[in-house]
Design a protein around this ligand. Structure first.
Ligand code: DP6
Length: 338
């Protein structure tokens, strides 16, 4: 089916970003974008991407807007390749207009491929006229980005790496919904607007050149087990400790790459030290950092206000957002960005 003359089909979806508490860093299959290990994440409450996809028979190429402007070429190309997967699956040839918006400044460096591809997978398949079962949708989202399937679900999510060569057993599973446990995540924004090196490239460099890569892979399953039990038992100390440790092990294996992958700024380190100072003084909070300079702080809700004041006062921190556990991706009727 190429689309009937004048045919247009549209759907919108939104998805929240997620923060890995046990990190995904490394792939077992590049073409299928299969992670080498599992990971465990928390879907956030408000950092969100809303995406509208319109398959339009009159278009002669895909078009993509990001936050109301034409998307940068690299983003548009990655989106186009993803739409090709959807077209192939559904058997259509129509091009699409994609309008995507983040409810946070894209230039803050918080833009997330996880929320982006979760929302895109949902909106594109719905607009193309199919309602996929969950495993197929998660597989599609994973082909966009390895962290994206986790954003399809709310609350605490474990990404199972699977063992089958085709990746059909690599799926996200909800450990507990967002209502299970109210914890706070503070996001301390600082530094560079855009990443110098993307996660995909950085992971490959780590796999190929870091002498610690095997040990890193060996360490992850145990961390996932501890984190899963901590979530189920609502054990804040246990979850915080394993999250902080997973974060620094991920950065250690990346620092071991050639050339070394250093995602931090001086401000990143200052925020970590500030959180550790709080901890020494009896306020228990833990840090985690992804492939960028921002520090995310895990805290008990009643401590969020005091931590926010302390972290916002660290020179170079431009903004601190306070997040809670949030819901999974869903189809919406709204327009992108609303
Ligand atoms: C550090 O999911 O962005 O945030 O699969 O190559 O798109 P690709 O990578 P991506 O990597 C996320 C890396 C991380 C850790 C995590 O979210 O688990």
């Amino acid at each position: 089916m190429g689309g009937r003359p004048g045919e247009m089909r549209t759907a919108s979806a939104d998805a929240r970003t997620n923060i890995a508490l046990v990190k995904y860093w490394g792939k077992r299959d590049r073409a299928l974008n299969l992670p080498a290990t599992g990971s465990l994440s928390l879907t956030l409450s408000s950092l969100r991407t809303t995406t509208r996809v319109t398959f339009d028979e009159t278009l002669d190429r895909d078009e993509m807007d990001l936050d109301g402007q034409e998307a940068p070429p690299a983003v548009a190309q990655r989106t186009g390749r993803f739409l090709d997967l959807v077209r192939r699956k559904v058997g259509i040839t129509m091009h699409a207009r994609v309008e995507s918006a983040n409810n946070f400044p894209t230039a803050s460096g918080l833009a997330s491929s996880a929320s982006g591809f979760a929302a895109l997978a949902l909106a594109a398949t719905r607009a193309a006229g199919i309602e996929m079962d969950f495993p197929s949708l998660a597989t599609l989202a994973r082909l966009g980005s390895g962290s994206a399937p986790r954003s399809l679900l709310g609350g605490f999510v474990e990404m199972r790496p699977g063992a089958l060569p085709d990746g059909s057993d690599c799926l996200p599973v909800q450990v507990a919904p967002e209502t299970h446990w109210d914890i706070a995540i503070l996001v301390a924004v600082n530094g560079a607007a855009t990443k110098e090196i993307g996660s995909t490239t950085a992971m490959e460099l780590t796999r190929l050149t870091s002498p610690y890569y095997r040990e890193w892979l060996r360490s992850v399953p145990g961390d996932i087990e501890v984190a899963r039990q901590a979530v189920l038992a609502r054990d804040f100390s246990a979850l915080g400790q394993v999250a902080e440790s997973s974060c620094f092990r991920m950065h250690a294996v990346a620092l071991g790459a050639t050339p070394p992958l250093l995602f931090w700024t001086g401000v990143t380190v200052d925020v970590v030290r500030k959180v550790w100072e709080f901890r020494r003084n009896g306020l228990e909070a833990y840090v985690t950092i992804d492939a960028g300079p921002h520090v995310k702080v895990l805290a008990r809700p009643q401590d969020a206000e005091e931590l926010l004041r302390g972290i916002a006062a660290v020179p170079g921190v431009t903004r601190v957002l306070v997040e809670r556990p949030g819901p999974g991706a869903r189809i919406t009727d709204g327009r992108a960005g609303q």
